[in-house]
Ligand binder design. Structure first.
Ligand SMILES: O=C(O)C1=C[C@@H](OP(=O)(O)O)[C@@H](O)[C@H](O)C1
Ligand SMILES: C=C(OP(=O)(O)O)C(=O)O
Length: 432
């Protein structure tokens, strides 16, 4: 599908967003490992989370959709998964593949997991290495790096102490999920803090897990998780597209209700505030061990900044939309230490800089990030590529709102990977 964006004057709206993608995946997995019923409210029904749901049902879980955003998981306990009779397909979802590898490594059966063209090119050794140390056996393409991956699981998974070479919540979560099955204590130490939804949710479901700074310790076997009623907060990564839209258009006010404000995810708010953004978090509360609040955003004049180091993991999925904000900031914005972006659905350093150049923006690609010169006009009057990367597609759509001329974006249907309601909400905020 080709999507045409006509520029807009301003944005004045109140919106609520579908549930957080990371949390939705985890609620399915942890609900299936728990005993008894888990009700998931405000679940994100998107292509990625449905990959997790289908894989879990193929190994004997019992997950039902009540409607699009309401799910019931009849948890069977952690030892009742069964060998799948076919290859498991994570499609485009790195989270599905890596977290499920953690679970599958601890089962007494054989499984094969694959993905689409993009996922089959993404690094998996980072998960295979620690899970092999725990006793799982893996066979993968390209010297053990790429999917399809064959997993020979074991009931005798061993605990480990593991220092992850990259700050990745997917790697950490795979180890913690396998660690649930181990006899003894598993410890994961990260170079910088990545999102901690797995830790929070495991604790909420009754696991013996402690996190402090960049270290997490989980006790295996003693854990009997109990099904829970769970409300998934609105996705802050999805919110960030509309936050930037309101900031860079004139005379705009946007209220986004019930957004997850977990500190390992609010890096985007901190960076935008550092750039001069008028964003307020109101009505803060805690729901099932996750902080939630409403975000009130107003048009702002932004200034350029430098983003690097430990800040990067907390904004990893928001860097493409941050690049759009940077085009409108006064002065230069530099992103450094973000080489991880090259291993996402696309090489996001390459794809975003290429499309920004097409829009007439002065941007310099670097090995681990990019520099953008601010206060630029977005020319428009061109056709952009999404490269089938949902976050690139949605970032370009927001750039189109302030372009001098309409833009077209190819293969826009990839937004269904994380945010199927994007176009509907995009049209709604413009028409007010
Ligand atoms: O654990 C998760 O839910 C995610 C972790 C991040 O990936 P990494 O763990 O590779 O950094 C992020 O980019 C992805 O969108 C979701
Ligand atoms: C990187 C992403 O997801 P995943 O790793 O699950 O494919 C994303 O949603 O931007």
């Amino acid at each position: 599908m080709n999507f045409e964006v006509i520029p807009t004057e301003n944005i004045n709206a109140e919106i609520t967003l579908p549930g957080d993608k990371s949390i939705s995946h985890r609620a399915l997995i942890i609900g299936s490992i728990a005993e008894g019923e888990t009700k998931i409210h405000n679940f994100l029904s998107s292509e990625d989370t449905l990959s997790t749901l289908n894989i879990l049902n193929s190994i004997g879980a019992n997950i039902k959709h009540i409607d699009k955003s309401e799910i019931i998981v009849e948890g069977n306990g952690k030892d009742n998964f069964v060998e799948p009779s076919n290859v498991l397909n994570a499609k485009n979802s790195g989270t599905t593949m890596r977290l499920m590898m953690g679970v599958l490594s601890a089962q007494n059966f054989y499984s094969v997991i694959t993905g689409d063209d993009s996922l089959r090119g993404r690094p998996m050794k980072r998960v295979i290495d620690p899970l092999s140390k725990m006793g799982g056996r893996f066979y993968a393409r390209k010297n053990g790096e790429l999917a399809p991956i064959t997993i020979l699981g074991t009931k005798d998974i061993s605990p480990i102490v593991y220092k992850t070479p990259v700050a990745s919540a997917q790697v950490k979560s795979a180890i913690l999920l396998a660690g649930l099955y181990a006899k003894g204590e598993t410890k994961v130490i990260e170079p910088a803090r990545s999102r901690d939804h797995t830790e929070r949710m495991l604790k909420y479901f009754g696991a013996d897990i402690i996190q402090k700074d960049t270290t997490v310790v989980i006790q295996g076997l003693t854990n009997k998780l109990k099904g829970q009623e769970f409300f998934v907060p609105g996705d802050i990564s999805s919110a960030s597209f509309f936050i930037v839209a309101a900031l860079i258009t004139k005379n705009s006010t946007l209220l986004i209700k019930n957004v997850g404000t977990n500190p390992t995810r609010t890096g985007i708010l901190s960076v935008l505030k550092m750039m001069g953004a008028d964003i307020k978090i109101i009505n803060e509360k805690t729901l099932n061990n996750e902080p939630v609040g409403d975000l009130l955003v107003k048009s702002s004049s932004l200034k350029g900044t430098e983003i690097k180091g430990e800040m990067i993991p907390s904004i990893i999925d928001e860097i493409p939309i941050l690049a759009i904000a940077a085009t409108q900031a006064n002065g230069k914005t530099s992103i450094k230490d973000a080489k991880e972006l090259r291993y996402k659905e696309t090489d996001r350093i390459k794809t975003i800089t290429k499309e920004l150049k097409k829009l007439g923006i002065d941007v310099l690609e670097k090995e681990d990030g990019f520099d953008i010169i601010g206060s630029q006009k977005i020319r428009g009057n061109c056709t952009c590529e999404s490269y089938n990367d949902h976050r690139i597609a949605m970032s370009l759509a927001i750039a189109g709102l302030i372009a001098d001329n309409p833009i077209k974006i190819n293969n826009f249907e990839c937004v269904n990977i994380s945010f199927p309601e994007f176009t509907e909400i995009f049209e709604k905020i413009r028409s007010k």
